[in-house]
Design a protein around this ligand. Structure first.
Ligand SMILES: [Zn+2]
Length: 152
């Protein structure tokens, strides 16, 4: 594992990411650090539809999924489970058996868990432009870095 995946305690992680809302908020912060901007018209005000994880532009009504362009896109698995999977994989906990993660996270079938793990691993290993653009590299660093480096 690359060095930038720094140790973060399970308790800290749980405190910072207690539910899907917290994960979604974190993802939004990573992707739009200066606040959401509509990709179609550049407007800065939008409604947030939390159930669907969408921004609805107040100006042009264009809807933007917060997961578009990331490995979470079009997934039916809640963000929280993804975050937990990334956490465990980044910490390289006991080699992380996919079967074990499927059981721990309550993911419906093995194929889904396998696909998720595959995507996460690829994102961690392949630091190409596509993933940089997706905000994933930045996400990794703040996500797994020590709590002290977080803004604010
Ligand atoms: Zn717009």
């Amino acid at each position: 594992m690359p060095k930038e995946y720094m140790e973060r305690s399970l308790i800290d992680f749980q405190k910072d990411f207690p539910d899907n809302t917290a994960c979604a908020r974190h993802l939004v912060d990573q992707r739009w650090p200066d606040g959401f901007i509509c990709p179609r018209c550049g407007h800065k005000e939008a409604w947030y539809l939390s159930k669907r994880c969408l921004f609805d532009c107040r100006n042009c009504r264009h809807q933007t999924s917060i997961t578009a362009g990331t490995i979470f896109h079009k997934t039916r698995v809640p963000l929280l489970k993804w975050y937990w999977l990334i956490y465990h994989m980044a910490m390289d906990n006991v080699g992380v058996s996919i079967f074990e993660m499927q059981r721990l996270l309550g993911i419906g079938c093995y194929e889904t868990a396998w696909l998720m793990a595959h995507k996460v691993r690829k994102a961690m290993v392949t630091r190409d432009k596509q993933y940089s653009l997706a905000g994933l590299v930045e996400m990794d660093e703040s996500f797994f870095g020590p709590a002290g480096t977080k803004q604010g």
